[in-house]
Design a protein around this ligand. Structure first.
Ligand code: NAD
Length: 443
């Protein structure tokens, strides 16, 4: 099928590559000319396992093209996907300016029927807004052309986005149109062979399903972090508690790791947007507000702990930081807990030596050149001259460090672990102090 995707970010680019890989003819359109030029030259601007070779091979086969030409994009695709950003507005609501701009663009160029499929995460009612925008723009042109607006929220996880798109757990389709449903069944058929993963529902329910999924996951994280805070104060070990509750199949082991709070481009903004949506109906979303507040507090825990350990000031101290991306296997630092940590360390007067396997370019872009930040090319280099180590992202490369070397390098022999990566007894055996989340100090 001929598909056009507006927006070549984490969602649009991955979905475009995966659809091309099963034989669809995909055109990806973006307003970012530099990004499009890089992609046309076969350079993939984001770190996502398996993505670059898939983009390059499908480009070479002529099934995947990149363009800034919106008119060409609208002419190309019978299905037109919206995969543009929906960043938070100042009041926490989702900013729909990019979504509605693409809706206007589509309407100004379309000459035949189109199915507009929204993959961006958008508040309930947005499909109606997109339909009204397209309808109004067509009326202005004085033409009547049939179109549908379908909700097809995306559930990929950054760091595993290609695998998730190739083998989705479910494909949510929000539409009342049997024609649109048929088109999407045909499009996704290669991903729907083993069993029917398609869940078809009304458009508002599909829009809410995406927020409900992210809010549930954020709730699990804030829940375990709340219990971790309690465990610390009660002399219990959250890792034992986590295994203890995870064994109940009604709870399960996944997504109950305590840590330095959730981050990324989705959970924080989507929880806030859902809170905003709830309030706009006159309903007070007590649980969601608590989830958001717990997370804000949790993201401060690691910094507070380090500053507290040093009696309130880090002047003259150098802290090595392992991990900057908001989670492993991505270069994305949007809303990353590392950013809270770095700000707290700098505010207390510390110098930082940081390492991340993928997010160094992003860190350079965000923080620029500053005398209190050294970006290091290896975890070992970050330790050189450091007083203590803080771990924020659970990349595999940090999981089995040479503890003897850590003890030799770190002047204050102290490890602050925001991801509970190590066995406290093993760390202690090497003469290192170890402060992690929700676990009692080793005697
Ligand atoms: P992103 O910021 O990485 O990419 C968005 C892209 O859209 C950018 O390249 C931008 O230049 C482009 N764009 C903006 N306006 C445009 C226009 N008028 N025409 C063409 N392109 C335009 O965003 P993302 O992370 O891919 O997320 C996109 C949407 O998907 C958001 O609503 C997000 O909440 C949702 N989502 C994201 C993820 C994720 O893990 N990143 C997962 C599921 C859903």
């Amino acid at each position: 099928m001929k598909v056009t995707i507006f927006g070549t970010g984490y969602v649009g680019l991955v979905q475009g590559a995966v659809l091309a890989d099963v034989g669809h003819e995909v055109m990806c359109v973006d307003v970012d000319a530099a990004k499009v030029a890089a992609l046309q030259a076969g350079r993939v601007p984001i770190h996502e396992p398996g993505l670059a070779p898939m983009v390059q091979s499908n480009q070479a086969a002529g099934r995947l093209q990149f363009s800034t030409d919106a008119a060409a994009g609208v002419a190309h695709g019978e299905l037109i996907f919206l995969a543009v950003g929906t960043p938070p507005d100042e009041d926490g609501s989702a900013d729909l300016q990019h979504v509605l701009a693409v809706a206007r663009t589509i309407a100004s160029h379309m000459t035949g029927p189109r199915t507009i499929v929204n993959k961006s995460t958008v508040p309930v009612g947005t499909a109606d807004k997109v339909a009204a925008t397209v309808g109004a723009a067509l009326a202005e042109r004085g033409v009547a052309i049939a179109f549908e607006v379908v909700s097809n929220p995306e559930f990929l996880k950054e760091g595993a986005a290609v695998a998730d798109c190739k083998r989705p757990d479910r494909i949510i389709i929000g539409t009342a149109s049997s024609t649109a449903e048929g088109q999407l069944r045909e499009l996704y058929a290669p991903f729907n062979r083993n069993h029917d993963r398609m869940v078809v529902m009304d458009v508002r329910s599909a829009e809410l399903t995406k927020y409900a999924a992210n809010a549930m996951l954020a709730t699990k994280i804030s829940f375990i972090n709340e219990i971790a805070n309690l465990a610390e104060r009660l002399g219990a070990d959250i890792e034992a508690v986590r295994r203890g509750i995870g064994s109940d199949p009604r709870i399960g082991y996944s997504f109950i790791y305590p840590g330095a709070g959730y981050g990324g481009s989705c959970f924080p903004k989507d929880v806030k947007a859902l809170i905003h949506t709830a309030r706009s109906t006159g309903f007070a979303p007590e649980l969601l507000q608590a989830v958001d507040r717990r997370n804000a507090a949790q993201r401060a825990v690691l910094g507070e702990r380090i500053v507290g350990h040093y009696g309130g000031s880090l002047r003259g101290k150098t802290i090595a930081v392992w991990g900057l991306a908001f989670k492993p296997e991505t270069d994305d630092m949007r809303e990353a807990p590392s950013r809270n940590l770095l700000q707290a360390l700098w505010a207390a007067g510390a110098r930082v030596r940081a390492h991340d396997p993928a997010a160094m370019g992003e860190a350079r872009r965000i923080f620029g050149e500053r005398p209190d930040l050294t970006l290091c090319t290896s975890p070992a280099e970050a330790l050189q001259g450091a007083d203590s180590l803080a771990i924020v992202t659970e990349w595999k490369i940090y999981r089995v460090p040479d503890f003897g070397e850590l003890a030799r390098q770190l002047k204050d022999r102290m490890v602050f672990d925001g991801r509970n990566l190590y066995d406290p007894a093993i760390v202690a055996r090497h003469g290192l102090g170890y402060s992690c989340i929700g676990r009692p100090p080793v005697p």
